[in-house]
Design a protein around this ligand. Structure first.
Ligand code: GLY
Length: 573
């Protein structure tokens, strides 16, 4: 299916096509644009942050795979094609829906703290956080979850062997991808992210600087690691010679991983958070994601104050006040539910929303510091990736995966090709003090061996009699508001293209400011909100990289769309 012609601001990036063409792969990535539509039964759709990953998913569908096999292929291909965002050295959340029995499951492949991790491991002798200690180098890396998830999903939900679904990613790693202007810009930012390891520099900056546009970056070590995974399953990553390379590399450079940590890693299948907003059923991410609980809280509050009937500025004001309270609760209560009691039922109960609403005044913004809670909060890093898949039988996958900030920890254990995450920074490094790049939480998100760090990743399904939507995005702590706004847009009638291109607003309790992208609010609305006491801040940069699919039941229109802000690829075939 040919993509519809891109609109202004949604142009295909020639450099991206060069990347693909020069890779010599012949799976029609050059057909993949930002938005694609088809009408009628029998189509599949994929939206991801890289056309080569979208093509990998379609390649696997064409071989008889289902949405879950395609999800494995897309996830692994993103490890190669989008190395700054996510990969097998990190983790992710897979929200899956099986059409046959209409069941949904949440596969939690979040990283875990190593066994030797301690609550104060990033503090100096004065009890102060050591700058970038939880962000750079192997000490910043949690035990990866993605390899275990790929095997689990292929074996339990897929139709094809893991080996087949990983083949496109292995080919991409061996053949290489050329540097684009975009990837060169990201590589130029590398020196600012700390001290990338020698093996990292060997791969990405062999001459000591970002390679020229068009230069091929091949990943033979990563291809070998993926091949081990493909032939031996998760055991080929978490045990044996590959695991020894990973652990030796980490420990030689001052990290604390052990062979036992890797061997002990397990994905966890969890019940998604589910709730209704009007006629819409929302299925989304449970803890250790903070996203689903926050969405349920905000929608409960909006429902109780007839948000849909409100006009601006009351509408945006109520939205912001609801978000403010949900993010406060996140900071106070959320953590790994296997380590701390997270009161999900209470927080998501409609009566609890009534309690939160009692403090909302429609004539005045509530200063965040008048709400009890931890003291400070800043946006999390934004280098994460989301993709959405729907196959022709109605199986769906919404997947958000991450190595945390740009190129994760910047550490590659020699001989593995795997960029390790710096997800340890998503823990609360010290109660009451903002860590270098994250949220301040209560002890609920403190570091403990084997514990999963809290995440904002919020892969989500929406369904009503009208149709369905599959969505998610990277964007750190803004993920939840972006998914919320996308869901509200879908409820107002938008399709995938409308959802991903919507200008965005964000509030996160503290800092107590309402930030917004250019074009998100006109001057009258800005003035009215300022009058109510909101502090407004226009962002100089766009946020997120949403990848969405929508299906209209009435006429069968299927739309896949990639965020116009970045270089993703969507198709319907
Ligand atoms: N590392 C970003 C997140 O999980 O929220």
């Amino acid at each position: 299916m040919k993509p519809i012609p891109p609109r202004a601001g949604q142009v295909l990036l020639p450099a991206l096509l060069l990347w693909i063409a020069a890779a010599g792969v012949a799976h029609a990535e050059d057909e993949i644009g930002k938005v694609a539509r088809a009408t009628g039964p029998g189509h599949a759709a994929i939206a991801s942050a890289h056309p080569a990953a979208t093509a990998a998913g379609f390649e696997i569908l064409a071989q008889g795979g289902n949405a879950f096999d395609a999800a494995v292929a897309v996830s692994a291909a993103l490890s190669v094609a989008e190395p700054h965002s996510s990969g097998i050295g990190g983790g992710g959340f897979f929200l899956l829906h099986q059409a046959a029995d209409k069941s949904s499951v949440f596969v939690d492949a979040r990283e875990t703290a190593p066994g030797a991790a301690t609550r104060d491991m990033y503090l100096d002798e004065n009890g102060e956080p050591v700058r970038r200690a939880s962000l750079s180098g192997p000490l910043a890396a949690g035990i990866p979850g993605l390899p275990a998830a790929l095997e689990h999903i292929a074996n339990k939900y897929g139709r094809l062997p893991l080996e087949q679904s990983l083949a496109p990613a292995i080919r991409l790693a061996r053949e290489g991808l050329p540097v684009t202007e975009g990837s060169q810009r990201l590589l130029r930012a590398v020196p600012r992210m700390g001290s990338p390891s020698p093996a990292f520099l060997e791969i990405f900056m062999p001459d000591g600087e970002a390679p020229p546009v068009g230069a091929l970056i091949r990943r033979p070590d990563l291809a070998d690691t993926l091949e081990n995974l493909s032939t031996q399953g998760a055991a080929g990553f978490y045990t044996g010679p590959r695991a020894e390379l990973l652990v030796k590399g980490v420990r030689d450079a001052g990290g604390i991983w052990s062979m036992e940590d890797l061997a002990a890693y397990r994905i966890i299948e969890r019940q998604p958070v589910r709730f209704r907003y009007g006629e819409v059923e929302v299925t989304t991410a449970p803890p250790p994601s903070a996203g689903g609980v926050a969405l349920a809280q905000v929608f409960n509050m909006l429902g109780h104050r007839s948000y849909a009937q409100l006009e601006d500025p009351a509408r945006t004001h109520l939205l912001v006040e609801a978000i403010r309270r949900a993010y406060r609760d996140r900071a106070e209560y959320l953590g790994d539910p296997d380590f701390v009691p997270v009161p999900v039922e209470r927080l998501t109960h409609p009566w609890y929303a009534d309690g939160l609403l009692a403090s909302v005044r429609m004539d005045r913004a509530t200063p965040s510091d008048t709400l009890p809670g931890p003291v400070s909060q800043r946006p999390l890093g934004t280098d994460t990736s989301h993709f959405s898949v729907l196959d022709k039988d109605g199986n769906r996958a919404a997947v958000t995966q991450t190595i945390n900030t740009l190129f994760g920890s910047g550490f590659v254990p020699p001989g593995t090709g795997v960029i390790l995450n710096n997800e340890m920074d998503d823990f609360s490094v010290k109660r009451g003090t903002p860590n270098a790049f994250g949220l301040v939480h209560s002890h609920a998100n403190g570091i403990e061996p084997g514990k999963r760090m809290l995440s904002s990743m919020t892969p989500t399904f929406l369904e009503s009699e009208r149709g369905l939507a599959i969505l998610g995005t990277p964007g750190g702590s803004r993920i939840v508001t972006m998914v919320l706004l996308g869901a509200l847009a879908w409820m107002d009638g938008a399709d995938a293209e409308g959802i991903v291109s919507l200008p965005r607003v964000h509030h996160q309790y503290i800092p107590d400011s309402l930030s917004f992208e250019a074009g998100a609010m006109d001057e009258d609305l800005q003035a009215a909100l300022a009058e109510l006491g909101h502090t407004l801040r226009e962002s100089s940069r766009p946020w997120g990289n949403m990848q969405a699919i929508t299906l209209e039941y009435a006429d069968g229109t299927l739309t896949a769309a990639s965020d116009p802000r970045r270089n993703g690829g969507s198709d319907v075939r």
